[in-house]
Write a protein that binds this ligand. Sequence first.
Ligand code: PMP
Ligand code: GLN
Length: 393
Amino acid sequence: MDTMSGGTWRPAERVRGMGTSIFTEMTELARETGAVNLGQGVPELASPPQLLRDVADAVLGGHNQYPPAIGLPALREAVAAHQLRRYGLGLDPACEVLVTTGATEALAACVLALCDPGDEIIAFDPCYDAYAADARLAGARLVGVPLAADGDGFALDAGALRAAVTPRTRVLILNTPHNPTGKVFTPAELEAVAAVCREHDLTAVTDEVYEHLVYGDVPHRPIAALPGMRERTLSVSSAGKTFNTTGWKVGWVTGPAPLVAAVNAAKQFLTYASGTPYQGALARALDSVEEWAAGLRSQLRGHRDLLTTGLEAAGLRPFRSDAGYFVQADVRPAGYEDGVAFCRDLPGRVGVVAIPTSAFQVAEGPRWLVRFSFCKREATLDEAVTRLKRLAA
Ligand code: PMP
Ligand code: GLN
């Protein structure tokens, strides 16, 4: 009970204990201590100049009122064209594409649309922190299936996945390319996940926000493109990571019309609609995303290598990261069994902020993993790497 804020109240059960997200907490810690922030995945990188100009023109040109609730037609058409061009997925932009306020709203609306209280959702552990929160808002339960350590990377444990399915399982959330590990699910792994969805009649909700940021040999493939999956998959993506515009919060959901309609039923009462000037500009940018993304990938690949080498030089054991913004490191060589203790000490010891991977774990998992972000300017990474070397001194 809180009687300090004028009246007696208590937070509803669904938000009790949620507190502040790990990203907010760590970014605040970096600000307070002046440490280099390799915690939150906020890019310091440039956006396409034409995209920025188009947004400015749209604002000044008066495109500032509500767009249609399902999104501007131009963006829905651009998303449909993108899915067809890249993945061979044909979509009707009138009813199979829904624009959202970032992937965050898309994921919440999918879970609210698909799950009743008591239902279970499977996700691969560690996983993005919003999934557990979304499950909780819906009264559902997130069940984490640990990714298995695989040499220098992470792999699907198909046996553990099968064992996690119960009669209450309704949804499987598949995040590939994966945050926080940088894993890209292989074709064989995608097929194994799809087989479980088909056998147990699960709806797949995907999180593909890093779809354009793959640095290794395994290309990104949406699970919706696998046999028997299109009709049971809601695919989620967002413009934030692709164009370094995370503050704009424009995302989208694609899938079969009845599923998309159910998601929109929830979404229209979360935000109704948002971001008119961004939506129009992003439609144009998405039409030529391949050229832009090739340059961004080569930049980020270099940054990943810089950070990975720096973590090794600091005496930590980095894992392979094939995609996205993050590298995982085993901090035991620095004398820590617990990533939380390591991250608490790091700003004071060397002036760097990182995030303990345990913040992304639903089930019990290794305590000694820490996530470092490389979506920063080269100068930021150089400074971080120089500071981290003091760990080895
Ligand atoms: N999913 C994953 C895996 C992410 O890393 C992020 C990054 N913030 C999001 C979803 C949220 O995307 P958005 O900013 O478009 O809401
Ligand atoms: N996706 C980003 C990360 O994983 C940040 C998301 C957020 O701050 N909510 O770091």
